[in-house]
Design a protein around this ligand. Structure first.
Ligand code: FAD
Length: 259
């Protein structure tokens, strides 16, 4: 069995996020980290490999060259190799262009299972998995909090607002795991030392047969028209509860004619 895990390198959570006014895109020039939600997907792939006894775990990303370093964390955890699609022509890719490029890279790998995280912490779309599943014409189970494989079928316990759905899908399939699915392992020292020597492949759009007008801004269907600051907060009132908190809140709401 071959498992491909799609991971995104995002601005480090300690970095101040800023939108570049010239490109109207997130400034991704600072410190980068592996999207925390994707670490759950890597962990789940490793657990499936352990349960199967034999499987290959490939980590795949679309991003700049410097995404290689955060991606090596997945190798240090135990993934077998990584593939990074990195090409100037991919800069400015929206969901449509990103799914086209990742779809092409996944078709080249032809895995039995494609794993995604829940969402990317920089864009929080939680939609790429569905777009890629559509590109590949494979079934998708999203928000999976428990995943098992039996007789060539997958069974996912899917978190919903009212409880769980249990969904089965035949392989090959796409699964997006929730962050409740597991507790990711820490890379061991041996894993960290060995990560650099594992196979690491960097591909261009040309390697994947993705045309210039299918990627980057040319291949995107989204145009950011304007950006604005969030409206300033009005006067805020802090009510300390010294035993009369409820009365004070009631008085405040009556003054605001909210009741
Ligand atoms: C006009 C426009 C321009 C943009 N330009 C850029 C840009 O230059 N650079 C850029 O990084 N983003 C850019 N983006 C954002 C980019 O399109 C989205 O990040 C991408 O479509 C994924 O959506 P998401 O982040 O909402 O991912 P989600 O749907 O929240 O992510 C879900 C899962 O998808 C996987 N995933 C997400 N992104 C990748 C990836 N790149 N490689 C592998 N797996 C991934 C992860 O498993 C993740 O957990 C742009 C967006 C717009 C609208």
């Amino acid at each position: 069995m071959k498992i491909a895990v799609c991971v995104k390198c995002v601005p480090d959570s300690s970095a101040h996020t800023r939108i570049d006014p010239a490109t109207k895109r997130l400034d991704r020039s600072g410190e980068a980290a592996l999207n925390a939600f994707d670490v759950n997907a890597v962990e789940e792939a490793l657990r499936l490999r352990e349960a199967a006894g034999e499987a290959e775990v490939v980590v795949l990303s679309l991003g700049p060259e410097r995404a290689l370093e955060p991606m090596r964390k997945a190798l240090a955890m135990g993934a077998d190799r990584l593939v990074l699609v990195s090409d100037e022509g991919a800069a400015g890719s929206d969901l449509v262009a990103t799914s086209r490029i990742l779809g092409a890279a996944l078709e080249r790998e032809s895995p039995d299972l494609v794993l995604f995280g829940q969402q990317a912490s920089d864009a929080d779309g939680a939609v790429l998995q569905a777009a890629v599943a559509d590109r590949l014409q494979r079934p998708l189970i999203s928000q999976v909090a428990e995943l098992t494989r039996e007789d060539g079928k997958l069974r996912g316990k899917r978190q919903t607002e009212y409880g769980y759905d249990v969904i089965e899908a035949p392989l090959p399939a796409v699964v997006a795991v929730s962050d409740a699915i597991n507790e990711p392992r820490y890379p061991s020292l041996k894993g960290i030392m060995g990560a650099k020597s594992k196979p690491q492949e960097t591909l261009s759009l040309g390697d994947l047969g993705v045309a210039a007008d299918e990627a980057g801004e040319a291949g995107s269907r989204t145009t950011v028209l304007a950006l604005g600051e969030p409206p300033a907060r009005g006067d805020t009132v802090k009510i300390e509860d010294d035993g009369s908190g409820a009365d004070k809140i009631l008085k405040f709401l009556l003054e605001k004619k909210a009741l």
